[in-house]
Design a protein around this ligand. Structure first.
Ligand code: GLY
Length: 255
Protein backbone atom coordinates (compact mmCIF):
# COMPACT_ATOMS: atom_id res chain seq x y z
CA UNK A 1 0.00 0.00 0.00
CA UNK A 2 1.47 3.43 -0.86
CA UNK A 3 1.98 5.82 2.02
CA UNK A 4 1.28 9.53 2.27
CA UNK A 5 3.13 11.53 4.89
CA UNK A 6 1.21 14.57 6.10
CA UNK A 7 1.64 16.98 8.99
CA UNK A 8 -0.89 18.93 11.00
CA UNK A 9 -1.66 22.63 10.72
CA UNK A 10 0.52 24.75 12.99
CA UNK A 11 -1.30 27.02 15.47
CA UNK A 12 0.98 29.69 13.96
CA UNK A 13 -0.18 29.00 10.37
CA UNK A 14 -1.18 32.66 9.99
CA UNK A 15 2.54 33.58 10.23
CA UNK A 16 3.40 31.52 7.15
CA UNK A 17 5.90 32.63 4.53
CA UNK A 18 4.39 34.54 1.60
CA UNK A 19 6.16 35.45 -1.61
CA UNK A 20 3.65 36.53 -4.25
CA UNK A 21 0.38 36.79 -2.36
CA UNK A 22 -0.97 39.40 0.00
CA UNK A 23 -1.56 38.20 3.55
CA UNK A 24 -5.24 37.64 4.35
CA UNK A 25 -6.74 36.17 7.53
CA UNK A 26 -6.60 32.38 7.77
CA UNK A 27 -9.39 30.51 9.55
CA UNK A 28 -7.41 27.97 11.59
CA UNK A 29 -10.36 25.73 12.40
CA UNK A 30 -11.43 25.64 8.77
CA UNK A 31 -7.83 24.89 7.75
CA UNK A 32 -7.81 21.95 10.17
CA UNK A 33 -11.16 20.69 8.84
CA UNK A 34 -9.92 20.92 5.27
CA UNK A 35 -6.69 19.16 6.13
CA UNK A 36 -8.52 16.30 7.88
CA UNK A 37 -10.75 15.90 4.82
CA UNK A 38 -7.67 15.89 2.58
CA UNK A 39 -6.23 12.99 4.61
CA UNK A 40 -9.58 11.20 4.34
CA UNK A 41 -9.52 11.70 0.57
CA UNK A 42 -6.07 10.12 0.39
CA UNK A 43 -7.24 7.18 2.50
CA UNK A 44 -10.22 6.83 0.20
CA UNK A 45 -7.76 6.41 -2.67
CA UNK A 46 -6.04 3.54 -0.88
CA UNK A 47 -3.12 5.35 0.72
CA UNK A 48 -1.90 4.71 4.25
CA UNK A 49 -1.68 8.20 5.75
CA UNK A 50 1.10 8.82 8.27
CA UNK A 51 0.15 12.03 10.05
CA UNK A 52 2.95 13.89 11.80
CA UNK A 53 1.99 16.22 14.62
CA UNK A 54 1.93 19.92 13.88
CA UNK A 55 4.73 22.10 15.19
CA UNK A 56 3.90 25.10 17.33
CA UNK A 57 7.14 26.71 16.11
CA UNK A 58 6.94 26.14 12.36
CA UNK A 59 4.08 28.02 10.67
CA UNK A 60 4.47 26.28 7.30
CA UNK A 61 4.93 22.74 8.64
CA UNK A 62 1.77 21.45 6.89
CA UNK A 63 3.61 21.83 3.56
CA UNK A 64 5.65 18.64 3.91
CA UNK A 65 6.28 18.36 0.17
CA UNK A 66 8.98 21.01 0.44
CA UNK A 67 11.02 19.00 2.93
CA UNK A 68 11.79 15.96 0.79
CA UNK A 69 11.77 14.52 -2.72
CA UNK A 70 10.70 10.88 -2.56
CA UNK A 71 11.69 8.66 -5.47
CA UNK A 72 11.49 4.88 -5.85
CA UNK A 73 15.20 4.50 -5.08
CA UNK A 74 15.76 7.05 -2.29
CA UNK A 75 14.46 10.23 -0.69
CA UNK A 76 16.36 13.51 -0.84
CA UNK A 77 15.92 15.64 2.27
CA UNK A 78 15.93 19.21 1.11
CA UNK A 79 17.31 22.44 2.54
CA UNK A 80 14.37 24.80 2.05
CA UNK A 81 15.03 28.22 0.58
CA UNK A 82 13.20 30.07 3.35
CA UNK A 83 15.35 29.91 6.49
CA UNK A 84 12.24 29.77 8.68
CA UNK A 85 11.32 26.46 7.04
CA UNK A 86 14.62 24.58 7.39
CA UNK A 87 13.77 22.94 10.73
CA UNK A 88 10.74 21.31 9.07
CA UNK A 89 12.97 18.68 7.46
CA UNK A 90 13.87 16.88 10.69
CA UNK A 91 10.44 15.35 11.38
CA UNK A 92 9.95 14.49 7.71
CA UNK A 93 13.34 12.75 7.52
CA UNK A 94 12.47 10.69 10.61
CA UNK A 95 9.16 9.67 9.03
CA UNK A 96 10.77 8.70 5.72
CA UNK A 97 13.68 6.78 7.19
CA UNK A 98 11.85 3.42 7.48
CA UNK A 99 10.85 3.64 3.82
CA UNK A 100 13.75 5.10 1.88
CA UNK A 101 17.51 5.58 1.97
CA UNK A 102 17.99 9.25 2.79
CA UNK A 103 20.24 11.68 0.94
CA UNK A 104 20.67 15.35 1.86
CA UNK A 105 21.00 18.74 0.21
CA UNK A 106 23.76 20.63 2.03
CA UNK A 107 24.51 24.36 2.49
CA UNK A 108 24.87 26.56 0.54
CA UNK A 109 22.43 24.64 -1.61
CA UNK A 110 18.72 25.32 -1.24
CA UNK A 111 15.91 23.24 -2.66
CA UNK A 112 12.15 23.17 -2.03
CA UNK A 113 10.35 19.95 -2.93
CA UNK A 114 7.58 22.06 -4.45
CA UNK A 115 10.05 23.09 -7.14
CA UNK A 116 10.78 19.50 -8.16
CA UNK A 117 8.68 17.99 -10.94
CA UNK A 118 9.49 14.35 -11.59
CA UNK A 119 8.59 13.10 -15.06
CA UNK A 120 10.03 9.60 -15.09
CA UNK A 121 13.81 9.92 -15.20
CA UNK A 122 13.58 13.58 -16.23
CA UNK A 123 13.44 15.96 -13.29
CA UNK A 124 12.73 19.66 -13.73
CA UNK A 125 13.45 22.10 -10.92
CA UNK A 126 12.09 25.63 -10.66
CA UNK A 127 15.11 27.90 -10.31
CA UNK A 128 15.77 31.32 -8.93
CA UNK A 129 13.21 31.40 -6.13
CA UNK A 130 13.49 28.99 -3.22
CA UNK A 131 15.78 26.58 -5.08
CA UNK A 132 19.22 27.85 -6.02
CA UNK A 133 21.73 26.68 -8.62
CA UNK A 134 23.86 24.91 -6.01
CA UNK A 135 20.88 22.98 -4.64
CA UNK A 136 19.81 21.93 -8.13
CA UNK A 137 23.37 20.84 -8.99
CA UNK A 138 23.55 18.80 -5.77
CA UNK A 139 20.25 17.10 -6.63
CA UNK A 140 21.67 16.15 -10.00
CA UNK A 141 24.81 14.65 -8.43
CA UNK A 142 22.84 12.78 -5.77
CA UNK A 143 20.52 11.20 -8.33
CA UNK A 144 23.08 10.48 -11.06
CA UNK A 145 23.62 6.87 -9.87
CA UNK A 146 20.02 6.12 -10.86
CA UNK A 147 20.35 7.91 -14.22
CA UNK A 148 18.03 10.80 -13.49
CA UNK A 149 18.60 13.98 -15.47
CA UNK A 150 18.03 17.18 -13.50
CA UNK A 151 17.45 20.49 -15.24
CA UNK A 152 16.79 23.99 -13.95
CA UNK A 153 13.66 25.70 -15.23
CA UNK A 154 13.03 29.44 -15.08
CA UNK A 155 9.85 30.48 -13.29
CA UNK A 156 7.86 33.68 -13.31
CA UNK A 157 5.05 34.95 -11.11
CA UNK A 158 4.69 32.00 -8.76
CA UNK A 159 6.29 30.40 -5.72
CA UNK A 160 7.20 26.92 -6.94
CA UNK A 161 7.43 25.01 -10.20
CA UNK A 162 4.50 22.87 -9.09
CA UNK A 163 2.43 26.05 -8.70
CA UNK A 164 2.88 26.33 -12.47
CA UNK A 165 2.76 22.74 -13.71
CA UNK A 166 1.88 19.28 -12.41
CA UNK A 167 1.40 15.89 -13.96
CA UNK A 168 -2.24 14.84 -14.21
CA UNK A 169 -1.97 11.63 -16.20
CA UNK A 170 0.31 9.14 -17.92
CA UNK A 171 1.14 11.60 -20.73
CA UNK A 172 -0.65 14.75 -19.57
CA UNK A 173 0.34 17.90 -17.71
CA UNK A 174 -1.76 20.74 -16.32
CA UNK A 175 0.02 24.07 -16.58
CA UNK A 176 -0.17 27.82 -16.48
CA UNK A 177 1.72 28.97 -19.59
CA UNK A 178 2.12 32.44 -18.07
CA UNK A 179 4.28 31.01 -15.28
CA UNK A 180 6.30 28.34 -17.06
CA UNK A 181 7.35 27.87 -20.68
CA UNK A 182 5.13 25.20 -22.24
CA UNK A 183 7.87 24.53 -24.83
CA UNK A 184 9.75 22.62 -22.11
CA UNK A 185 7.13 19.91 -22.35
CA UNK A 186 7.30 18.84 -25.98
CA UNK A 187 5.75 15.40 -26.41
CA UNK A 188 3.35 15.88 -23.48
CA UNK A 189 -0.32 16.60 -23.82
CA UNK A 190 -0.69 19.94 -22.04
CA UNK A 191 -3.92 21.29 -20.56
CA UNK A 192 -3.75 25.00 -19.77
CA UNK A 193 -5.48 26.43 -16.72
CA UNK A 194 -8.41 28.74 -17.26
CA UNK A 195 -6.86 32.23 -17.47
CA UNK A 196 -9.09 33.44 -14.62
CA UNK A 197 -7.57 30.75 -12.33
CA UNK A 198 -3.81 31.29 -12.57
CA UNK A 199 -3.05 29.16 -9.51
CA UNK A 200 -5.06 26.16 -10.74
CA UNK A 201 -2.20 24.10 -12.18
CA UNK A 202 -1.53 22.17 -8.98
CA UNK A 203 -3.15 18.75 -8.91
CA UNK A 204 -2.05 15.68 -6.96
CA UNK A 205 -1.76 12.50 -9.02
CA UNK A 206 -1.71 9.25 -7.06
CA UNK A 207 -1.89 6.09 -9.09
CA UNK A 208 -4.33 7.01 -11.83
CA UNK A 209 -6.45 9.29 -9.63
CA UNK A 210 -6.28 13.04 -9.20
CA UNK A 211 -6.91 15.09 -6.07
CA UNK A 212 -7.86 18.65 -6.94
CA UNK A 213 -9.00 21.84 -5.21
CA UNK A 214 -12.74 22.36 -5.44
CA UNK A 215 -12.47 26.12 -5.95
CA UNK A 216 -10.82 25.86 -9.38
CA UNK A 217 -14.17 25.37 -11.08
CA UNK A 218 -13.31 26.44 -14.62
CA UNK A 219 -10.05 24.55 -14.86
CA UNK A 220 -11.76 21.48 -13.45
CA UNK A 221 -14.13 21.66 -16.43
CA UNK A 222 -11.07 21.49 -18.67
CA UNK A 223 -9.91 18.36 -16.84
CA UNK A 224 -13.36 16.85 -17.19
CA UNK A 225 -13.37 17.71 -20.90
CA UNK A 226 -10.18 15.61 -21.06
CA UNK A 227 -12.05 12.72 -19.39
CA UNK A 228 -10.57 13.23 -15.92
CA UNK A 229 -12.81 13.14 -12.87
CA UNK A 230 -10.79 14.43 -9.94
CA UNK A 231 -11.51 13.80 -6.29
CA UNK A 232 -12.33 17.27 -5.00
CA UNK A 233 -11.08 18.70 -1.72
CA UNK A 234 -11.57 22.07 -0.10
CA UNK A 235 -8.21 23.80 -0.11
CA UNK A 236 -9.14 27.45 0.33
CA UNK A 237 -7.22 28.00 3.56
CA UNK A 238 -3.90 26.50 2.39
CA UNK A 239 -4.30 28.59 -0.77
CA UNK A 240 -4.14 31.71 1.42
CA UNK A 241 -0.71 30.48 2.55
CA UNK A 242 0.43 29.97 -1.05
CA UNK A 243 -0.08 26.24 -0.70
CA UNK A 244 -2.03 23.71 -2.73
CA UNK A 245 -2.83 20.01 -2.85
CA UNK A 246 0.60 18.59 -3.70
CA UNK A 247 2.23 20.65 -0.94
CA UNK A 248 0.41 18.82 1.86
CA UNK A 249 1.73 15.28 1.37
CA UNK A 250 4.70 13.20 0.34
CA UNK A 251 3.61 10.04 -1.42
CA UNK A 252 5.81 6.96 -1.50
CA UNK A 253 5.04 3.72 -3.22
CA UNK A 254 5.90 0.76 -1.04
CA UNK A 255 6.51 -2.63 -2.53
N1 GLY B 1 3.69 29.46 2.69
C1 GLY B 1 4.35 28.53 1.87
C2 GLY B 1 5.74 28.94 1.61
O1 GLY B 1 5.94 30.10 1.38
O2 GLY B 1 6.67 28.19 1.62
Amino acid sequence: MPIAITRGISPRFADCELTHQIRVPIDLLQAEREHAAYADALRGLGLQVIELPASTELPDCVFVEDAAVALPECAVITRPGAASRRPETEAVATALKPWRALLHIEAPGTLDGGDVLVLGKRILVGAGGRSNAEGIAQLGRLLAPWHYSVEAVPLRGCLHLKSAVTRVGEDTLLLNPEWVDAALFAGWRCIAVDPTEPDAANALLTGDRLVYARHHVRTRERLQDASMEPVLVDAGEVAKAEGAVTCCSIICDTA
